[in-house]
Design a protein around this ligand. Sequence first.
Ligand code: A3P
Length: 286
Amino acid sequence: SVPGLHHVKSLPLIPVVKEDNIRNLQDMEIRDDDVLVAGYPKSGTHWLEEILSLLFGQQNGKKLRMHSIDFVPSLTTKENDDLLPMISNLPSPRVLATHLPYEYMPPGVKAGKCKTICIVRNPKDVAVSYFHYHKNTNALGLYDGSWEQFLEVFHKGEVVLGDWYEHVLSWWLHAKDSNIHFCCFEDMKKHPQKEIERLAAFLDKPVSEEITKGIAKATNFDKMRRTAKNNQGVCIFDQSIPKFMRKGKVGDWKNYFTVSQNEKFDKHHSNKIGDIGIHIPFEINH
Ligand code: A3P
């Protein structure tokens, strides 16, 4: 199993996320002009952050950053009790982020007060990316199991933030809500400009083709990786940049899964999805 996890309402969390943080979300004030990014870890959240900060442009001469509502934004902060006050002091518009399932959201989010962008990614690529994350993340006791062992743990949902299916389906059940916008990592890779246009339309931000083209170029993996190296320290999880911006590819799972692991995954996938009876908008075998 993964060392260092604790559970809040059966959800496995890293030590810096306390039960209080989760409880406090119920009192969190949501503003009409907030934008919330929701996604299972390793689905491309930070990629979206970069796209959004370019779409929004500078604020008081500063780049608009995403603020997690799940835990402290910095490992150097000793206590995370002041998380919500800090967020409530941010100027509008705020870009907020969460890795939590839908049910934990503040009432304002559920009431559709703000706009929410959900990002999903093929769970096979998520599993591979997450394997590296669990091996490298200082916020946890480092995972020392094999890929094969990790895949078992992933299937059981005993990884940080729990089961991928429960997470994604909790949000997907609200896919038709007018204030929720879904995007896929795979589509963003395939036609970034089109996805940026869809995002801009959802956010009511009129942008020219030239701008969306520029954003697509600036947020391309290699470009972002180079820039991140110059800026260091992107993430609470303190993964060094090469590990955090690992490969950014679609289909890296093929370099990890054996034929039988893949068959087992497909079976597990159709059981889980079948149980809920809804359709996830992408193919998991590409
Ligand atoms: P890999 O480990 O497969 O490379 P998150 O930000 O939600 O934690 O997701 C991290 C994953 O998104 C990592 O996947 C990371 O490399 C990838 N990623 C980050 N920026 C990206 C970009 N601009 N283009 C494509 N993938 C990106």
